[in-house]
Design a protein around this ligand. Sequence first.
Ligand code: RFL
Ligand code: PHB
Length: 392
Amino acid sequence: VRTKVGIVGAGPAGLMLSHLLHLEGIESVVLENRSRDYVEQRIRAGVLEQGTVDLMNRTGLGERLSREGLVHQGIELRFGGRGHRIALTDLTGRSIFIYGQQEVVKDLIAARLAAGGIIEFEVDDVRLENLDSDRPAIRYRTDAGEHVLECDVVAGCDGFHGVSRDSVPAGVLSAYHHEFPFAWLGILAEVRPSTEELIYASHDRGFALHSLRSPEISRLYLQVDPDEPIDAWPDDRIWQELRTRLETVDGWSLADGPILEKGVTAMRSLVVEPMQYGRLFLAGDAAHIVPATGAKGLNLAIHDVSVLARAVVEWDRTGSTEMLDGYSDSCLWRVWRVQDFSRFMSSILHRFPEEEHDGFLARLRRAQLDYVCSSTAASTSLAENYVGLPFD
Ligand code: RFL
Ligand code: PHB
């Protein structure tokens, strides 16, 4: 079988790439090792930048998003017994949207299938071959046997745990890592959110976040130790800890309800450079990871593939590889900007282990929080990064 672009991974990056290419008349095949049901139910991100939403609207994916997505014009930073609103829209003219990543994935899958697109779910043993030639190939297995997909270009959109990044020969890519000394325990709960806007709370016992998915479903997170066993957190303990960290503001209280899902997520940063090897282009979490505090991973993945799709289109139309050759540089500027912002948000909001015996560090962190909330310049800087830089 032959196609123009072989895409590994049916997450937001792989599916959006396939969709954007299709709109320009370019064929692709998406290979995914999980089932359709699994990728459509996987709970992850919830915050879409305006740039992501604009792209979805422009490309015919905005219908359910405009009905069910919630527009937010601010966030709250809560510390020292007070809430401090960052007025995102007043400060930047832009907004964020609450719409679950799995809803984006559902919309993309529906659009691809309605247009006759090919997504092969539950494929096994994906291997990338001949990446340094102009005839790269993807070998994989299904119940029907062994297959080879020949392509002109391979897009590695298979996330942090995928095979694409590791298919590049050793020594070609430089990898930059950072592990944060904490993780997030996240829950999805069937309870009306106790807030209209997201609350990022910094408490002596650690960070907590109140987010949401809909008027009936709340999403909340607690800072925990990186190796925290989920069994140590029965539902009652989770709600109690959330109340302690969030109920620091007079008269505010947190409503609880049945927990539908819970899990622990590591907080780490990774960037590989360049995001290309021969005819393989890495996009999204396959190329970079950010800690979730800045709500950026999904948006960065969508930006990568918007650049990649344009480069493939130019190559297809004109034969020029100029944009493809510049893909990595075009993306990495934003990737590092977002790394810096995500680290900044993480470092002002979380309690670091060193603070246990170093009161100086805790005081400095408090000074940063105070500054961000009291200076228009500092709030504007946070806000312009949080709503996201415009897509180019
Ligand atoms: P994905 O979504 O991981 O998709 C990769 C796909 O590839 C498949 N795959 C393979 N397929 C074939 N063969 C293989 N060998 C394969 N190996 C893997 C996988 O099954 C999967 O379907 O990567 P993509 O598309 O790059 O998208 C990135 C985003 O998923 C990620 O950055 C965000 O979820 C990060 N993130 C957030 N991002 C935001 O922009 N805003 C947020 O509010 C936000 N909150 C979050 C987050 C991530 C979280 N977790 C759980 C990591 C909150 C959390 C808790
Ligand atoms: C979420 O709703 O899942 C969410 C919101 C904001 C973040 C991270 C995750 O910073």
